[in-house]
Design a protein around this ligand. Structure first.
Ligand code: ADP
Ligand code: MG
Length: 341
């Protein structure tokens, strides 16, 4: 159906476990906020979403709870996820007209039931036409790969809840591996390490700041230090200590190893012709986890392949989704085929 008017309410959505990004047709990225909801425990009414809700994490009282409704890459709390999606869409809508057409990314390993849940959420949020696309496919399009050609490309998308690894060729996913070890688990490594090594309790947000600032997967040219504040578990009193990037690297290693192994595993399962392509073209890293210092070098060392961190890895998926939305006809072959009801 042709659409007329000054702007369109068609949107492309990267409903990530950590961040939700929305692309509005003809405009580009119009929303980029954490996938967090603060809600009233008794009424389940939403009090805040996105950045506003993030500010409340760890600081709420008994009646208010904050959750990330998309834990592990799938909708963990259907009602809240739907409310969040609707609130985000309302936030960007210039008029009260709901979004008509939506292209939404989903993890590649998602089940039929989980797809149904995403589709239903989108429809309840006002969509008349919903298209689903696998995240690694959207990431590949977002980084500018020609996904239609008969060549193999390997994408490693490290988000908050899942690491999605896929080999893409001829508009489809030729091989894939999805693990539930990603950014969140790396952050947990840091929380646990402080408990074990220093008897200090630190918050998730503090651990995430440590990870992003001094975390690494390979020795740094210049090793770093950071002062960390937490609560001494023995005395219960706030305490500050200085830790080094080497220590944090060791703390992260148990989960970095799992990510590296998943990549090696998929390389092992990849058809030979496509392996040859990957040998020439290398591996492309996207998602926020791609920003972990030295992860590219670590993968280079372990695979002996070229490894490239995508430009602006946090927005690759939504940019890909946006390209698909802007030209649905050209990209119809990359969409997930699904049964209509
Ligand atoms: P999702 O698609 O699941 O929403 P994103 O691709 O938005 O996830 O990535 C979010 C993850 O990236 C979080 O776990 C965050 O801690 C991590 N991240 C963001 N920046 C960095 C950084 N500089 N170093 C390491 N991890 C990072
Ligand atoms: Mg993502």
């Amino acid at each position: 159906m042709a659409r007329f008017g000054l702007f369109s309410n068609d949107v492309g959505i990267d409903l990530g476990t950590a961040n939700t990004l929305i692309w509005q047709k003809g405009k580009g990225i119009v929303l980029n906020e954490p996938s967090i909801v603060a809600f009233d425990k008794t009424t389940k009414g939403i009090i805040a979403i996105g950045y506003e809700a993030q500010e409340m994490v760890g600081r709420t009282h008994r009646e208010i709870r904050t959750i990330r409704p998309l834990k592990d890459g799938v909708i963990a709390d259907f009602e809240i996820a739907e409310g969040m999606l609707r609130a985000f869409i309302r936030k960007i809508s210039a008029s009260w007209q709901p979004a008509r057409r939506m292209v939404i990314c989903v993890p590649s390993g998602i089940t039929e039931v989980e797809k149904r849940a995403v589709r239903d959420s989108a429809e309840h949020a006002g969509a008349k036409e919903v298209h689903l696309i696998a995240e690694p496919m959207a990431a590949a399009i977002g980084v500018g790969l020609n996904v239609h050609e008969p060549k193999g490309n390997m994408i490693v998308d490290i988000g908050g809840g899942t690491t999605e690894i896929a080999v893409i060729s001829l508009s489809g996913i030729a091989a894939e591996e999805s693990i539930r070890i990603a950014g969140d688990e790396l952050t947990s490594c840091i929380v646990n390490w402080f408990k074990r090594q220093h008897n200090i309790l630190i918050g998730e947000r503090t651990a995430e700041i440590i990870k992003c600032n001094v975390g690494s997967a390979w020795p740094l040219e210049q090793e770093l230090e950071i002062e960390v504040k937490g609560r001494d578990m023995m005395s219960g009193i706030p305490k500050a200590i200085v830790v080094s990037s080497e220590e944090i690297r060791n703390a992260l290693n148990e989960n970095v190893v799992v990510i590296v192994e998943a990549v090696l595993n998929l390389l092992d399962k990849t058809p030979a012709e496509l392996s040859a392509d990957i040998y020439d073209r290398g591996i492309i890293l996207t998602g926020g986890g791609a920003l972990l210092k030295g992860l590219d070098e670590r993968l280079r060392q372990e695979t002996s392949l070229p490894v490239i961190v995508a430009e602006d890895p946090l927005t690759a998926v939504v940019r890909g989704t946006g390209k698909v939305l802007e030209d649905l006809t050209a990209y119809s072959s990359v969409l997930i085929k699904s049964r209509r009801h």
